[in-house]
Ligand binder design. Sequence first.
Ligand SMILES: Cc1ncc(COP(=O)(O)O)c(C=O)c1O
Length: 431
Amino acid sequence: MKFVKGQTESLYTNHTKSQELFARALKVVPCGIYGHLGPAEGCMIPVSAYPLFSDRAKGSHIWDVDGNEYIDLMCAYGPCSLGYNDDDVDAAALAQLKRANCTTLAGDVMVETAEYMVNTIPSADWAFFAKNGGDATTFAMMIARNYTHRKKIVMVKGWYHGVAPWTQKIGYGGIIEEDVCNNLVVEWNKPEQFEALVKKYPGQIAAFISTPYYHPTFVDNELPAPGYWQKIREICDKNGIVLIIDDVRCSFRLDVGGSDKYFGFEADLQCYCKAIANGYNVSMITGKNKFKGAAEGISYTGSYWLSSMPIAAALATVKKMKEVDYAGTIKKNGLAITEGWKKVAKDHGFDLKVTGEPAMWYARLANDFPSTILHQEWTAEMVKRGVFVTSHHNNFAPFAISQEDIQYCWDAADEAYKVLAERHPDANFIK
Ligand SMILES: Cc1ncc(COP(=O)(O)O)c(C=O)c1O
């Protein structure tokens, strides 16, 4: 890719094949493309700036069906951890595929991988494999209920723990009151609200479930206040409540030993998915020994959950993450990209606010707060210049990104802010 100032925009605005495919998809697939990869839930605004279908991917780059090439700062919304088509992970996965994948007997690689995970993650005494993050969070909720014989689950406002009915909200399509009537909600970083609920519902709360730090969509992300997790741990211990960490999005990105380790505490149950196998379809839940019996007492499985190829990919991915200091590298890459962006934003009078962990930063322009319009326009200008970002969700720092590509991201940002400043001469510019 070569950044050519003033010329690049026109290179990335042809989405003819994407649009043709989307028109066909709309006839035979609900929503055309459903969920977070689709234009509606993916909040690709304006849709005209975004490609919709990919052709191929390698490292930190994706190519759409019209032949446009992008530096991908969304990493498939998380699963692409080491880089698309990582040769080492693919070799391990393909070697396993040649031996066996989905068979009548469990694959031996499951045992080796569970042992490896237990030795890597301090709070893990056992590991259980499934497919998606929602399988893991739902299993954790069921284990907590089976262990405590209680019903209520405490969640943090703005939660996303997948799409199983118990994680949704009343008023959402297909959801009935009974699905969600045992959910209680507290605000992030407010352990006193959790304490109040424990008093209000004595002996009734099965679990506290939360992401390790606050990373919902559309809002600034927040790290745990000093002592926050220790306080939550203490309340859970005192009241027999199971502490579940939904590490589906962060896992391995902050610390290969789990995000509880990163923030200095131990979860009872921890859920992993996105980064674990560099895009191969497997998720995992780990837990402490005392919950193993409760896990064993639950009927929970799926046709493909013990498929060996994705599990072999997970083993290869996590082994490589340790060897290459994955978490340290993506933190450095995320900082480099966002510090550069903040500087060029300021040069054009824009105040770019970056929150959350550098490995998965959340960014917005503060100039028109609480509106997000300027930032949406900026992300669209970036996509038009070959840098794939979205405006409402945290981004993911790529591991396999070159210094040249980081420079490209800065140059594209510089030009995108310039376009924005010219288009909005009345914006609330900073001096
Ligand atoms: C924090 C969190 N939990 C759970 C999930 C659900 O994972 P999946 O979509 O793999 O079921 C996600 C997915 O984005 C997530 O970010």
